[in-house]
Design a protein around this ligand. Sequence first.
Ligand code: FES
Ligand code: FES
Length: 150
Amino acid sequence: MVALNINGRAVELNADPKMPLLWAIRDFVGLTGTKYGCGRALCGACTVHLDGDAARSCSIMVSDAVGRKITTIEGVSGTVADAVKAAWQRLDVVQCGYCQSGQIMSAITLLTGNKKPSDEDIDLGMEGNVCRCGAYQRIRAAIHEAAQNL
Ligand code: FES
Ligand code: FES
């Protein structure tokens, strides 16, 4: 058994401790907002927060998440998260949507550490999150808009 804390809830999973955290989140807990893209920490689709920081859940073993606060797109909340979600909706950022939970989780981490990021700060903070639809301009604009409301 592996004990995890996901979105403030204690869960016990009958899972291999070496299994990627992403599988635990999606297949064991049933939270499917976090996506699988590359499985190699290259695309950002699987981004969650570990103790508040963006992390690639495809490349973290379940055992390494024990004792840490895991937050997924379904459970993320607070002032920054609210500002990001509102800006995403207002600017209609999403195209196919596949990358977007990861984009939002990374944007929240970026804005939590830097309330007024420049374009360069955004490009740097978001560079690990790939969008196959090329929504980068809207993602950047939404981060600026969210920053104005913080
Ligand atoms: S699926 Fe984890 S970074 Fe691509
Ligand atoms: S919105 Fe389609 S991959 Fe980003």
